[in-house]
Design a protein around this ligand. Sequence first.
Ligand SMILES: Cc1cc2nc3c(=O)[nH]c(=O)nc-3n(C[C@H](O)[C@H](O)[C@H](O)COP(=O)(O)OP(=O)(O)OC[C@H]3O[C@@H](n4cnc5c(N)ncnc54)[C@H](O)[C@@H]3O)c2cc1C
Length: 507
Amino acid sequence: MGASAGQLDSVDVLIVGAGVSGIGAAYYLQRDHPGRSYVILEARAASGGTWDLFRFPGVRSDSDLHTFGYEFRPWRSDVAIADGDSILAYLRDTAAENGIDRNIRYRTKVLAAAWSSAEARWTVTTEDTETGERGTVTCRWLLSASGYYRYDDGYAPDFAGRERFGGPIVHPQRWPADLDYAGKRVVVIGSGATAVTVVPAMAPAAAHVTMLQRTPSYVLPVPTRDGMNARLTRLLGARRAYGITRRMNIFRQVAVWRVCQKYPNAARKVIRDINAKQLPAGYPVDEHFRPPYDPWDQRMCMVPDGDLFRAIREGTASVVTGQIETFTENGVLLKDGRELPADIIVTATGLNVHALGGVTLTADGEPVQAGERVVYKGMMLSGVPNFVFIFGYTNASWTLRVGLVAEHFTRLLRHMDDHGYGTVTPVADAGMPTAPFTTFASGYIQRSIAQLPRQGSRPPWRNSPTYSADVKVLRRGRVDDQALRFDRVRDAVPTESDDAPVRGGQL
Ligand SMILES: Cc1cc2nc3c(=O)[nH]c(=O)nc-3n(C[C@H](O)[C@H](O)[C@H](O)COP(=O)(O)OP(=O)(O)OC[C@H]3O[C@@H](n4cnc5c(N)ncnc54)[C@H](O)[C@@H]3O)c2cc1C
């Protein structure tokens, strides 16, 4: 079982991060390899990651929890689009029920990890985030479940005149608990998932909320409650109902994504019709809800029961599309001369992507820059031994991929145990053409694409586009791939007299 916090110097598997991904990975690891020691190192003082950090009004999922929840633990509610606190409680209950919480070491930030082939181990440098004290832990496997963005600061462009504005300027990533917006005029800058959440959440109490966007996003109403799940639960019980709802929702997500990719014009038209029905007669739908890109080229914004549209209909919120010239003493001046009066400005302008939790990796003294490596099955890096990372879906629930990667990882461990291998390294063919990690066009991804590893031109180096494609590779596919180099522990450092390392699939 996992090593206890505070007296740790060596474990089999070291997991970085106690969010959805780290807790999920720990579950599969201890289920499939109960004899292995592991620890989760978490930089913050609490678990939950995203769902503990974000505290802005209305914070919620935009995925349905029947797919965002873990496969192994039913989401026992027909509320499909859930608030942040409920998701956090679900994660922490999962960790507590399975004893995972005992294996989390808090306030422990991973700074660096150095692989040594001679020792067939990682040496991980940590920092106590309260005292600054450094420590080291060694492990056979390093699993990065550190999410995809920086925790210390969100992304905000350098708006001109920022210092002139008299009121609070708030980023949703650092929401002040005591911010009083009752009766205040609020301008929310942005058009992504956070902006469309915070606008209707603030609208009932604020004097008025204006969503100021440079470019529109696709916004779709989705039901908060899943009526079918409620009926299935009554008939079949929570566990079976969860399984069925989950499969149906996965199928629907993949189908919608495929239709959008294949018939973008038809998809645009359907979305526009839905939007027009939700908005007041004569509303300039195209000006505010018609993006210049195709549906699902960027993540779509989901609004539960159309709450954003309702706020617009009721006149408590409005949308303005335009470019900011400068902040002023009293609000925001646009390039076209319009002025938006504000008492509070919310910069819902996004996240700063951070590859692998900012951990400095080296392998046998050589720096490992993620951006210079090729991904293997979307979960390992070329030339980096005994290293797995979890990066969830951008076109479906993140968690769906957590389960698949963790399962594949535990099968790989079993295979290595069975054959007496101590290390495994993905080896990419030299000269294979590579492409960016994703074609997803969202600003936060494109701003940081150079930090992310690259993908190759063919499997197993090409990322699967959908969950169903990943099921074939990660759940049903073999683990002993030709692209993997396995070494026995004793010949982890090959010498001329040692046997040549074995390649997967040749035994
Ligand atoms: C407001 C918001 C709403 C979202 N809604 C959805 C949604 O509905 N559906 C969806 O699929 N996705 C959604 N996402 C994306 C979401 O982040 C992921 O779905 C998921 O929560 C990521 O989980 P994670 O565990 O991989 O990363 P995180 O939740 O980011 O957790 C990572 C953890 O690792 C820790 N960590 C990072 N670096 C280090 C280090 N060097 N040392 C130690 N610890 C470290 C962090 O402190 C954190 O606790 C949303 C994101 C946001 C911001």
